[in-house]
Design a protein around this ligand. Structure first.
Ligand SMILES: Nc1ncnc2c1ncn2[C@@H]1O[C@H](COP(=O)(O)OP(=O)(O)OP(=O)(O)O)[C@@H](O)[C@H]1O
Length: 276
């Protein structure tokens, strides 16, 4: 079910008990998730855990088979997908990348490239960009329409650690300047940006959620990456104590089996460092 949200005026997306079933199995189920204006929500989880499926259901690109998705009326979304279908045999410069699917006035393109710090690469071939520059170009493309919500599917992929810190800082700056909400997807289970308001860990269902823990206290981390990095990134550590059986049931570390991971009286903590 998809309908316009009438709840909080700041609420951009509200998913309730969403399940997506394809080819006879639930890709995700029981997803409760909301994103408000000015809020950064990070979805983490291993490969295949349903992060992209959840984001696509949130956007309405995928129709949920159960549960409901509410979206703010006339929600403007900027989406950076995980993969881009580009024919790399054809020449394509950054300026052209910005107008591949929609035309924009030159001034708007300059503004967007400026905002992500790659004005000097306007005429550069996309193929020659570094991982970080390419992600910035994709971000420029996503923010050009001044969206209410930015959905970023693995925006730091192919970027080295220092570059990731810089990109996370840029994403936070965009949020601060525009007040948009951000739904960020990462397959990195350990490192998320400290400015994330909520981290939601998926594994076909919501395993746990909470605020990221700062690593600023770790002397080793500070020594390696400096205080600036420690301010930007944080560890959100948690341990899964259950596995999902092929039939959908859940096996806990103590050997007991249940229908879902919440069927047992296991320790589900809503924030911070925890195990469940
Ligand atoms: N249309 C579909 N039909 C059948 N299975 C699908 C379909 N789309 C996705 N899947 C499966 O659903 C699961 C979740 O996929 P999804 O892309 O959401 O995971 P993800 O957490 O984003 O993974 P990754 O980190 O690898 O990108 C995967 O096992 C995938 O193969």
């Amino acid at each position: 079910m998809l309908h316009a949200s009438q709840s909080s005026p700041n609420r951009l997306i509200d998913m309730k008990n969403v399940g997506v079933r394809r080819a006879g199995r639930w890709l995700v189920r029981g997803i409760d998730l909301c994103v408000n204006a000015g809020e950064i929500v990070t979805l983490i989880g291993p490969n295949g855990s349903g992060k992209s499926t959840t984001a696509r259901a949130a956007l309405g690109v995928l129709k949920p088979d159960e549960g409901s998705v509410s979206r703010k009326a006339d929600l403007k979304v900027g989406y950076v997908p995980q993969k881009l279908a580009i024919d790399w045999t054809l020449p394509l410069n950054v300026e052209r990348l910005m107008t591949l699917t929609e035309n924009h006035p030159a001034g708007k393109i300059d503004e967007a490239l400026e905002a992500v710090g790659i004005s000097h690469l306007k005429r550069a071939e996309v193929q020659h960009l570094s991982g970080g520059e390419f992600q910035r170009a994709l971000l420029a493309r996503a923010i050009i329409r001044k969206p209410d919500l930015l959905v970023l599917d693995e925006p730091v992929q192919g970027v080295d650690f220092t570059g990731q810190v810089a990109l996370y800082r840029l994403i936070k700056d965009i949020r601060d300047k525009t007040g948009c909400g951000i739904l960020l997807i990462s397959h990195d289970l350990h490192v998320v940006m400290a400015d994330t308001d909520t981290v939601v860990c998926l594994n076909g269902h919501v395993c746990c959620r909470g605020t990221p823990q700062s690593v600023a206290s770790s002397a080793e981390y500070l020594k390696l990456f400096g205080t600036r990095a420690a301010e930007t990134l944080a560890l959100y550590s948690h341990h899964h104590d259950h596995t999902h059986l092929p039939d959908g049931r859940v096996k806990f570390a103590d050997g007991t089996i249940a229908e879902t991971c919440s069927d047992q009286d296991h320790d589900h903590v809503e924030s911070g460092t925890h195990s469940h």
